[in-house]
Design a protein around this ligand. Structure first.
Ligand code: NAP
Length: 287
């Protein structure tokens, strides 16, 4: 753990750039260009900006990237028909449907419709099951990004007390699986955890993924702990995390919002796209 008193800022951009450099070198050795296909429904401003960012970064890296924008009124059947078409398309390596989807569409049905070997978000039950079984899989992007961020700054989680606040399928649970695989002792806290302060104060590494601005106060952090802030909350015109700014005076290391985990999520998506492309072609070469 870092020395108390000197706060280390866990910036995501240099870590993402290092990963892009690795991917760039990997792409140079391929005889094909991996292709990502993102589907967005409706005009939710956050989704519009996330999809634009993913598309831009994919192209910057040298991947093929396509975005299909469908109206909010698209039926579940129409969306599933598009997913089946992308599943069957030999030129498409990664498929991502940007969440949230409109209320009349079941997120579960959408996730389960995507071929597991093209599921670059790592959220298909097959990938989730493999993750918990410790098998090779496409890992969920934000949790994988958190692991890489910690690793880059020299923090091993092995043998450490890790507390994750938030137990969603998107962040908390898959992150717990990755932490466990790396030999951490993991606690998942949530909205029904009775004494959250007592739990979070145990953490050598504390991850906030609750989507509640300023939930983690300095009194909840063990001095010198490593704190990763996954939260993204809009407060007025500003984006803030789940961690109160006062935590900077107590923690040994802290990821900023924005600029911490966010860039890692996009980088892991593109890493998954390259991985999926190589694996699928290797698998077909073996037949
Ligand atoms: P979610 O599905 O809403 O889950 C939130 C989790 O936090 C739930 O498990 C909930 O507990 C728990 N929680 C809520 N309030 C709490 C409280 N007061 N005390 C303790 N636990 C509490 O959210 P999510 O999709 O996991 O996302 C979490 C945050 O991460 C959001 O701000 C989201 O925008 C952000 N995010 C960021 C990135 C990125 O790339 N930076 C990517 C994904 C998500 P219950 O289960 O008991 O309800």
């Amino acid at each position: 753990m870092p020395a108390q008193g000197a706060l280390l800022k866990l910036e995501g951009s240099p870590v993402a750039e290092a990963l892009y450099a690795e991917l760039h070198a990997q792409l140079a050795g391929l005889t094909f260009v991996p292709r990502l296909h993102v589907v967005r429904l409706g005009e939710d401003p956050a989704s519009v900006s996330y999809v634009r960012l993913k598309d831009r970064q994919a192209k910057k890296l040298g991947l093929q990237s396509e975005v299909t924008v469908l109206p909010e009124s698209t039926s579940q059947g129409e969306l599933l028909a598009l997913i089946h078409q992308l599943n069957a398309d030999q030129n498409v390596d990664g498929i991502l449907v940007q969440f949230p989807v409109p209320k009349h569409i079941s997120p579960k049905t959408v996730l389960e419709a995507i071929r597991p070997d093209k599921d670059v978000d790592g959220l298909h039950p097959i990938n989730v099951g493999r993750l918990w079984s410790g098998e090779e899989c496409l890992e969920s992007c934000t949790p994988a990004g958190v692991m890489r961020l910690l690793n880059h700054y020299g923090f091993s989680v092995a043998g450490k007390e890790v507390v994750i606040v938030g137990r969603s399928n998107l962040v908390g649970k898959p992150l717990a699986a990755l932490m466990l695989r790396s030999d951490a002792t993991v606690t998942l806290a949530h909205s029904k955890t009775p004494d959250l302060v007592a739990v979070t104060r145990r953490a050598d590494i504390l991850v906030a993924a609750a989507g509640r601005a300023g939930l983690i106060k300095s009194s909840m952090v063990r001095p010198g702990a490593v704190v990763v802030d996954v939260g993204v909350n809009r407060v007025g015109e500003k984006l803030v995390g789940d961690v109160d700014p006062g935590v900077a005076h107590v923690a040994g290391a802290l990821s900023p919002v924005p600029g911490g985990v966010g860039p890692m999520t996009v980088a892991m998506l593109l890493s998954n796209t390259v991985k999926a492309a190589i694996r699928r072609r290797d698998a077909s070469a073996m037949v």
